[in-house]
Design a protein around this ligand. Sequence first.
Ligand SMILES: *Cc1c(COP(=O)(O)O)cnc(C)c1O
Length: 457
Amino acid sequence: MNSDNLPQLTTEIDFEFDQQHIWHPYTSMTLPVSVTGVTSAKGCELTLSNGDTVIDGTSSWWACVHGYHHPDIIEAMQTQLSTLSHVMFGGLTHAPAINVCKRLVDVTSANLTKVFLADSGSISVEVAIKMAIQYWQGKQHVQVGGQQVRTQNKQRILTVKGGYHGDTFATMSICDPDNGMHTMFGDTLIKQLFAPTPTSAFGDTVSAQDTQALEAILQNHHQDIAAFIIEPIMQGAGGMHFYSAEYLKAVRALCDKYQVLLILDEIATGFGRTGKLFAYEHAGIEADILCLGKALTGGYISLAATMCTDEVALGISQSPAGVFMHGPTFMANPLACAAAEASIALLQKGNWQQQVNAIAQQMQQELEPARQFARVKDVRVLGAVGVIEMECAINISALQQAFIELGVWIRPFGHVIYITPPYIITSKQLTALTQAMKTIIKNMTIEQAAGNTHSNG
Ligand SMILES: *Cc1c(COP(=O)(O)O)cnc(C)c1O
């Protein structure tokens, strides 16, 4: 494109209009929090509307794993934009969808052969739940412990406490029942089943207590349970908790024993974040249904996917509906598919694993000293995720400005101050992030610590 034809970049930020008319994630329109203007981003740096740059410690919520403005993804999107930015997917198909689905089938476990493309992570979880329910409608009976069980009532979802799966109604019903949105939406939420959060830590063996608690629920309710859903290895927005791979192995075995489908929500963990391409690889298990989102497009545009096995697809076809009942307007948006294909291609040919391992090692070293600071409860690292958990809730807006003044973009929530940097981050940039975390925590005032636990965003 000739640079003369480039549209004028908008850098003026009308903060007044923003404050009066535009909702931000989890905010009030009458008690607005301050927001920071951003005008551009490149690599691991955001340029703010006042001209300052900050190093991004968030990858824009786990998504932007290759950094901002990566030439391969930009080029794939520009080429796609100039030929076909969108077309309906009902009755039509196109190469960008086929290409990205080929890659997804290729990089995930061999049993996952069918792909449903959705618009966002929450929707991909909704789709997974609908798949599970329709699957059991297509079955008549199953054998559990030598007994025949009718599958018609298998419609409830079992999960663990402390999870996060999205903000839509079905997904809210499986988020943590105490810190999620259950109290706010009360009776309108479906009543699901909750096992305790696994207590066995990542790297440890699984405690009998953890598996027994889960088995007790399955034993009593398997006739009603369509699926068990969990974020593999790491519970993200529910508190950044890493648990034992052996627990996940036990989950797989129990789901088989009690004829319950296993849905793995890899929306946060997928595409390398935990040091494996998918977190389930830590446990060497396979899902029946897999949810992907966030880093799927490298963080350039919204796209999510729900994958399932031949067996699940067959069950759905045998259900009374005969078809899978979901079909979003912007399903398989070509522009998003082109970005996703370019992003997965980068992972397939790149050295993300060395990058993530190096980030993990450096974070481990540089964050560990924070353990001795006042109010610090725990310091933990897994892959390119570094977490400092505090004993108290944190006042996000008070800390946000302090982080920006230190030249970094880090967004704490609840009790945790965490970083999930782009994989391309340099060692020097990473040190700036960990240094800022330590400086902030060391100097944290009572006012900054006294936070509001319900501010997730
Ligand atoms: C972010 C997230 C979701 C929801 O994805 P959205 O794109 O925000 O709808 C679901 N599950 C997990 C594990 C997530 O981290």
